[in-house]
Write a protein that binds this ligand. Structure first.
Ligand code: PAF
Length: 254
């Protein structure tokens, strides 16, 4: 696995892959990799001869400094996992490489990005869309893979790619759960033992019959702070907090 930190070197590598007529798949991540990320890599491997992964903890998508500071980082084990998964290229840029403009330029969506996650995390999706646009321009993959746990992120990235005529196919991949139903997330590692026992109730309650408001009430009774539970396009989406850990989940509406 080639590990590159510079955007121009990464562009050269990816251009050579395309020039050789090989399909290139891409999985953008912020590291602290778990089975959910590796399922994206596996899917990318199935559908492309070459696979690139990026690890970049993107500061512009964190509205909360403490969340950024506490974001888990496991560069050594991440690299080992990606090597074992047969990844061809790991792009590992520093902040200045991605934000030489100090974030003067950004991508902004002014409707869906203001709802749900966006309503609770001002500027979050500007940061996500901007970094994804930059990464797609550097890697220029045939396909890029996004987990459905971040359902709203997936929709916004998909629509951005259409809007700006990007020739990368944005592929949604199913959410991966722990055995007890908790949606896999890098932030789960920050749950205390007690909150870890409560956390699977998010999925359990969302999966029950009932209105979004009934589910919100049940989550409150189970000990969650609830940011939102909403029904959108046939899905129930929720964000709820345990301690200082924010959990996202979504299920088909029943
Ligand atoms: O889903 C994530 O891990 C991040 O939002 C992404 C897409 C890598 C952009 O920083």
């Amino acid at each position: 696995m080639k590990v590159l930190q510079k955007a121009t070197k990464t562009q050269d590598f990816c251009r050579a892959v395309r020039a050789a007529g090989e399909q290139l798949g891409f999985v953008p991540t912020m590291g602290a990799l778990h089975r959910g990320h590796l399922s994206l890599v596996e899917r990318a491997k199935q559908e492309n001869l070459r696979v690139a992964v990026s690890i970049f903890v993107n500061p512009t998508q964190f509205d909360d400094r403490e969340d950024l500071q506490n974001y888990p980082q496991n560069y050594d084990s991440d690299q080992e996992a990606l090597r074992n998964a047969g990844v061809d290229l790991l792009f590992l840029p520093a902040y200045d490489e991605i934000y030489a403009d100090t974030y003067r330029y950004r991508i902004s969506e002014n409707k869906m990005s203001r709802e749900m996650e966006g309503a609770h995390r001002p500027g979050h999706f500007d940061g996500v869309l901007t970094v994804v646009m930059k990464l797609l321009n550097i890697i220029h993959p045939h396909r890029a893979y996004f987990g459905e746990k971040d359902w709203q992120q997936y929709l916004l990235v998909r629509d951005m790619a259409r809007t700006f005529f990007l020739d990368t196919e944005i592929i949604p991949c199913p959410l991966v759960r722990e055995d007890d139903g908790l949606a896999m997330s890098s932030r789960n590692a920050r749950l205390t033992a007690e909150y870890r026992r409560t956390a699977p109730k998010l999925y359990e309650i969302l999966s029950r019959k009932g209105s979004a408001e009934e589910k919100r009430q049940e989550l409150l009774r189970a000990g969650f702070e609830v940011d939102y539970v909403v029904k959108r396009n046939g899905r129930i989406l929720a964000a709820a907090v345990l301690g200082n850990v924010r959990l996202l989940d979504n299920v088909p509406a029943n």
